[in-house]
Design a protein around this ligand. Sequence first.
Ligand SMILES: N[C@@H](CCC(=O)N[C@@H](CS)C(=O)NCC(=O)O)C(=O)O
Length: 214
Amino acid sequence: MSLTFFFGSGSPYAWKVWLALEHKGIPFEAKRLSFDNNDTKTPEFLAINPRGRVPAILDDGFALWESSAIIEYLEERYPAKPLLPKDVKARAIVRRMVNEADNYLSAASNELLEQAVYLTPAERDPEKSATAKKLMMDELDRLAKCLTGDFLAGDLGLADYAAYPYVRMAQRAEDRAPGFGVARSAMPAKIRDWLGRIEALPYYARTIPPHWKG
Ligand SMILES: N[C@@H](CCC(=O)N[C@@H](CS)C(=O)NCC(=O)O)C(=O)O
């Protein structure tokens, strides 16, 4: 049995899948594709994912892309250490949270990264920067309300892995543009504590985008 996981450093979709693979303890080989070198558009990779995007997996010759589909597949193929709760309504809530992360948190984090990381200070638009900060902070307030225990939807699982990379992007924005206004200290206390719990997981360090470490 061999599973290859194709990822790009800094892709929140890939980070979610990486955390899910680690959670389930599935053995895999990680293959990093460089966006700068257009590795996602080589004929070899397009044969695996014709859309030329990461994440993708190759599981014993079976190719799959789209992060949510990959995770649902992993959950069914490798049922040990579940990512989703058993109860049908609780599962629906987790799936809703994944969609909310991929739609709303993702939009907030993209706006932040655009202003704080990809533009120079001179190019930043103060109005767009303020909107980006508000979007993220509003999403964090929503997430904080879900934190009635240690994790977003009961036990540690998919809801946490879907939201974490986008929330961590806010800190990335602040690290790259100190004073931008989305530092961890500005986040709700419940979110800060939850980030700490994710980052204390024994496999967390392996999943950090490699180019952040360098
Ligand atoms: N809906 C897809 C989104 C995947 C995606 O957009 N990946 C980006 C990186 S975050 C990518 O591979 N971009 C490469 C490119 O556009 O060339 C998923 O959930 O997997």
